[in-house]
Write a protein that binds this ligand. Sequence first.
Ligand SMILES: Cc1cc2nc3c(=O)[nH]c(=O)nc-3n(C[C@H](O)[C@H](O)[C@H](O)COP(=O)(O)O)c2cc1C
Length: 233
Amino acid sequence: MSKNKIFLLAITLMGFFILFFALHKENLSELKAEEKTSKITLPKVSYAGKTSVEEALSQRRSIREYKDEPLKLEELSQLLWAAQGITSDRGGRTAPSAGAKYPLEIFVVVGKVEKLDPGIYHYHPQDHTLIKIKDKDQRDELSLAALHQSPVKEAPVDLVVTAIYKRTMEKYGERGIRYVHIEVGHVCQNIYLQAQSLNLGTVEIGAFEDAKVKKVLNLKEEEPLAIMPVGRK
Ligand SMILES: Cc1cc2nc3c(=O)[nH]c(=O)nc-3n(C[C@H](O)[C@H](O)[C@H](O)COP(=O)(O)O)c2cc1C
């Protein structure tokens, strides 16, 4: 091999190394930023409610007015678990998912929850934790994005069900869109039934401006599909 070729090879290899370390460094700093954010470990969930599935189904109604009282952190924990909690060693969740692709992400807009500062949080089912993504009570802003619907600003907390479509569409193509929407229905019904079992009220809100909701929640690849205000009846 000529000296010129060896020189070119050495320069190319060096280029690859510099690129690799630059990318790696970026990942490290992202991790550090994530680590710096305080994780909130949610209270343990209960598997022994006092309401039967049949009772919850027959009593469930959409409730749009709530008492001006905070939710307990235990209640929020239970609702999030019902929505997307992990229930098997292999990662199975409370709600089914086409191809086990789990395209849904839940965000929590907190106004009045005991032991939790107002703000917006992202739910992580893997370790049943919340990570704060935005400070301050954002319920008014979310309600504006939801055509001024009052339950959104009056409930102590709003659960926002969002989807990353590509997780499902990578496997199922266009049909994946249908599957994602079916899954949102499962999750919302789980929240309805868990709320009923805790004697709380909720309503599924589908009327909102997507772009405005995305802005309030700082969403990038997630698309908002349902808002579930939850409060005491
Ligand atoms: C996909 C979907 C979207 C909905 N969007 C809204 C909404 O934006 N605002 C609202 O007040 N209720 C909304 N609802 C609740 C329905 O109005 C409610 O389910 C219906 O009136 C039947 O009442 P029930 O849930 O008490 O049985 C929605 C329900 C579904 C399933």
